[in-house]
Design a protein around this ligand. Sequence first.
Ligand code: SAH
Length: 212
Amino acid sequence: MSGVGVQTLDAYEDTLRRDGVDDRRVLDAMRWVPREKFVEPQFAARAYENLPLPIACAQTISQPSVVGLMTQALALDTRCKVLEVGAGSGYQTAILARLSRRVYALERHEALAGQATRRLQDLGLSNVVVTHGDGSLGWPVHAPFDRILVAAAAADPPKALLDQLKPGGIMILPVGEHDEDQQLIRVEKTQSGYEYQELISVRFVPLLNGFL
Ligand code: SAH
């Protein structure tokens, strides 16, 4: 699918593997989605470096290895109904769509939601919808979800999102203050409550309430 050569993709895969992304399905999805189409044109030449990059609305496209590790930690299969909070460029969204049954994504910046929708359509991904809205409230009409991925940091896991997770479901999210290092957390909903596991240190933009 990607317009770049196999050498670029092999180097991309090596970079991802060095940071611990070793799930073949995740690596294949990341090779399939053309990241150069999700960055601003002036950064297209750097799209396969392991870097977060600026996107519109003063936001960032996440670092590829972090996208890979978050996707891997979700343990997706093709039966999963997934909620994504903070679609941004839509790059992570496209990878989720390749690996799941259905993806519902929310983005608080209307311009980003529109741009992401067009990119996903261009790739022919029809099992995904990106809507302009406040993801900290989740998406009650489509809940409960098998998996939830949050791409913006909150001080604590939002209660609405915990409520909208299916029993046995998994949520991956960064937790911490904006200007401090944050922890990527894996939350699993069990019969008796929630199990929390810290994964890695990360740095994400803040999860903000309301939408623009
Ligand atoms: N994975 C995305 C990350 C984008 S940055 C990518 O790689 O492109 C995180 C995004 O979360 C930003 O676009 C920001 O606007 C969005 N965001 C922050 N708070 C939000 C909220 N409450 N609801 C929906 N989106 C939110």
